[in-house]
Design a binder for this molecule. Structure first.
Ligand SMILES: Cc1cc2nc3c(=O)[nH]c(=O)nc-3n(C[C@H](O)[C@H](O)[C@H](O)COP(=O)(O)OP(=O)(O)OC[C@H]3O[C@@H](n4cnc5c(N)ncnc54)[C@H](O)[C@@H]3O)c2cc1C
Length: 396
């Protein structure tokens, strides 16, 4: 395993740092203090960061250069995200950039790439992901949103749920059943692009325990989708949906040990100033032991990442160990936020629901929000099944 950077990687890191120091407006720095965030900033607030990225040609770090991306390799992507994490830069609207863009590059028609890649790159068109349904989450292939095939295209009827940011997005990419009676449930599914302003779509925001709206129920009632919005072959949407975005295993906030370390550093700072008895919470050796255990786990996650990167640098593909990042990161963050609540005592469990308070109560909000980390993008139990089968080679 190589834990030292090559001269080229060190130079690239210096370039990213320089860009953050000189081109990113100061008010955007320090906004992200861990992996937990509120509902995210609006388009206007993020505009200066998008402009700085555009000037550098870094709006889509992982897209190939021929499609307007920066063409970073995986080590560069990791360095880029590490430096953004260290500077506390906020979340961008990346569903289009991270998920749909690579799918269109791999499976889209020339016309689709021409129509959608530019607006995605410039953040002029934001996207929601319509995969999950009330009876199709982990078992996604059971989805029932019906897309009747007509002369002009498709007519959608049914429902999606947990559609992140559908209340603010412009378009949605979704999986729909074009063959209601397939031999295998993975067959007869198609991947469609739909303008969220199309008549017949109703988006109902869901308010979660933390008081924010992160996702929605999305209903489709005789919604017409033109044929040209089909991505890939008719009935072959399952292969498109499964297209694995390898880079996400390295760049998703939950998989970033530096963001997780930042959250632990915040906890330690808080423990050092929070009074307890005649001293401060940090005097408690039991607490320090738990912090040490977390430090060790973060360090082992970081080194597992180095191991995966070394394998890639030597010309290999991301190894099965990358499956661990999301699972391990989500659990680490949940442990850190729970410990933070203990450090803060009563203040760690109450908050001002109006969101108009003085900043206190953020930890309680984070504690409810972070429960979602072990559900979204594949639950912890399902991840463990995958690891058992693919990493440990246990019978499925
Ligand atoms: C914050 C957040 C954002 C999301 N954003 C989106 C989005 O933008 N678009 C979208 O389409 N979806 C989104 N989702 C939905 C997410 O993908 C699903 O919640 C997830 O796939 C689980 O599906 P489910 O909720 O139906 O739970 P279920 O699949 O019903 O699972 C219920 C429980 O059973 C367990 N379980 C299920 N199957 C197995 C098994 N085989 N072995 C062991 N245990 C099992 C699960 O681990 C879980 O504990 C989001 C979810 C969250 C929390």
């Amino acid at each position: 395993m190589n834990i030292n950077e090559t001269p080229q990687q060190a130079a690239f890191r210096a370039e990213v740092r320089h860009w953050i120091e000189t081109s990113v407006p100061g008010r955007l720095k320090g906004l992200r203090q861990g992996i937990v965030q509120g509902p995210g900033l609006g388009r206007d607030a993020l505009e200066p960061m998008e402009a700085a990225l555009a000037e550098k040609g870094w709006q889509a770090p992982h897209w190939p250069e021929e499609h307007g991306g920066a063409g970073f390799d995986i080590p560069q992507l990791v360095i880029f995200h590490e430096e953004c994490a260290k500077a506390g830069l906020p979340d961008r609207h990346t569903t289009g950039l991270d998920m749909l863009g690579p799918i269109l590059i791999a499976y889209g028609t020339d016309a689709q790439r021409k129509r959608f890649l530019g607006p995605i790159l410039n953040s002029e068109m934001t996207w929601a992901q319509g995969y999950s349904e009330p009876d199709a989450g982990s078992d996604l292939a059971s989805l029932q949103l019906r897309a009747e095939v007509t002369g002009e295209g498709f007519v959608l009827n049914g429902q999606k749920i947990w559609t992140s940011k559908a209340h603010t997005a412009d378009w949605i990419f979704l999986l729909a059943r074009t063959n209601p009676k397939p031999e295998r449930k993975q067959e007869g599914i198609s991947f469609l692009l739909t303008d969220l302003k199309t008549p017949g779509i109703e988006v109902r925001p869901i308010v979660t325990m933390d008081g924010f709206t992160h996702f929605c129920e999305t209903f489709f009632n005789d919604v017409k989708v033109p044929r040209e919005n089909l991505v890939g072959e008719l009935h072959q949407g399952w292969s498109v949906a499964k297209a694995l975005l390898g880079h996400e295993r390295f760049t998703h906030p939950t998989a970033n040990p530096l963001l997780i370390r930042k959250a632990l550093d915040n906890l330690k700072s808080r423990a050092r100033v929070t009074p307890e008895g005649n001293g401060v919470v940090w005097d408690n050796s039991g607490l320090r032991r738990r912090v040490a255990a977390l430090e060790i786990d973060i360090e082992s996650m970081l080194h597992t990442r180095y191991r995966a990167l070394t394998r890639i640098e030597k010309g290999g593909a991301p190894g099965p160990e990358t499956q661990l990042f999301k699972l391990f990161g989500a659990e680490l963050m949940q442990r850190i936020v729970e410990l933070q609540q203990e450090v803060e005592g009563p203040e760690g469990i109450v908050w001002d629901h109006t969101g108009q308070g003085d900043g206190h109560g953020e930890t309680a909000r984070h504690a409810t929000n972070i429960r979602a980390a072990s559900l979204r993008g594949g639950t912890t139990e399902v991840q463990r099944n995958v690891i058992a089968k693919r990493v440990l080679g246990l019978p499925g």
